[in-house]
Design a protein around this ligand. Structure first.
Ligand code: RB5
Length: 149
């Protein structure tokens, strides 16, 4: 299992905490940065992780900015990305089980270290259920490809 992780300046410490946590789980982590606390434009990290996920170079991604919102919005502009902002583990699990989220995002200004670990673990441990959910995920893809519903 290989995951990409990216963040902005608000989330360097939390990124390193989550990176260590993932490595302790046996996950290989590709860190796209930033590793500086100087002001950093989150779309750059969102784009990098999004393209790594969409191309299949990694199995999924973790994105962290102040809220998780901006960085996930950026990643979701990459075709094939389904990035979900999660502030607790239930939504993180359902984002995989129902929405087949391939990136989990959260906010360093919103969740603490232990909640962030729970969110990541819940997302990683969940399995996409397919079935009726596939029809809905397919409809999302259709919108992404410019189709009308
Ligand atoms: C940076 O101040 C902040 O806007 C950013 O980390 C993020 O929360 C944006 O969505």
């Amino acid at each position: 299992m290989k995951l990409a992780i990216g963040n902005d300046h608000t989330a360097v410490d939390l990124k390193n905490t989550i990176k260590s946590h993932l490595e302790q789980r046996g996950v290989e982590v590709l860190d796209v940065g930033t590793n500086s606390t100087q002001s950093f434009d989150y779309p750059i990290s969102g784009y990098k992780v999004g393209t790594l996920v969409a191309s299949g170079e990694v199995d999924g991604g973790v994105l962290i900015c102040g809220t998780g919102v901006g960085i996930s919005l950026a990643a979701n502009k990459v075709r094939g990305v389904r990035a979900c902002v999660c502030s607790e583990p239930y939504t993180a699990a359902l984002s995989k089980r129902h929405n087949n989220a391939n990136i989990v995002a959260f906010g360093a200004r919103v969740v603490g270290d232990e909640m962030a670990k729970l969110i990541v673990d819940s997302w990683l441990d969940a399995t996409y259920e397919g079935g009726r959910h596939q029809r809905r995920v397919d409809l999302i893809t259709k919108i992404e490809e410019g189709g009308a519903l």
